[in-house]
Design a protein around this ligand. Structure first.
Ligand code: HEC
Length: 144
């Protein structure tokens, strides 16, 4: 066998390596599309959850908060706020509803959004639904 590294050998490594990783990625895509519907429990997406997601976007909650690790690091992670506040939608609603209009003196805090009861309920439903996504136990602790 020749001791030199030939062009043919380089080409074979290139094609063989490419094919190997294409197969690995196809396998991962297949696996993801198979397990995702169970993990995100999409059958529980109600019209309230959809409205809550829209309000989440319209009010730019992610400009301060993270949700499942994505977003800004100014305010607490909210993917597990439902558990943190004692599995209570009312606790989430009260928190958002009773923010002081003029803010908390001396520091930047969560604003008052003046949302209707229906909107508050939708946001709480959205955060509850998010908290029940199987996201590999993220965040790793209850504080977020
Ligand atoms: C300007 C930044 C900012 C925006 C925008 C914001 N928040 Fe907050 N939020 C905070 C801060 C800061 C806290 C922590 C409590 C505090 O200091 O006021 C907080 C706390 C919370 C909590 C309680 C968290 C806990 O662990 O007790 C909830 C629930 C919440 N926000 C929901 C929302 C929702 C829903 C929206 C969008 C409608 C939103 N926030 C938009 C800054 C923000």
């Amino acid at each position: 066998m020749s001791e030199t590294f030939t062009k043919t050998m380089a080409r074979n490594i290139f094609y063989g390596g490419s094919l190997f990783f294409i197969l690995v990625f196809l396998g991962l895509i297949f696996h993801t599309t198979r397990v995702l519907p169970e993990r995100d429990h999409r059958e529980n997406i109600t019209p309230q959850v959809v409205l809550g997601k829209k309000l989440w976007e319209d009010n730019n909650c992610i400009g301060c908060h993270t949700l499942m690790g994505e977003g800004a690091y100014f305010a607490p992670e909210l993917a597990n706020v439902y558990q943190r506040l004692g599995e209570s939608k009312d606790a989430i609603i009260s928190f958002i509803k009773y923010r002081p209009a003029e803010g908390v003196p001396g520091r930047r805090s969560m604003p008052q959004f003046n949302l209707s009861d229906e909107e508050l309920d939708a946001l709480a439903e959205f955060l509850k639904w998010t908290s029940e996504i199987n996201d590999g136990d993220w965040p790793p602790n209850i504080q977020g």
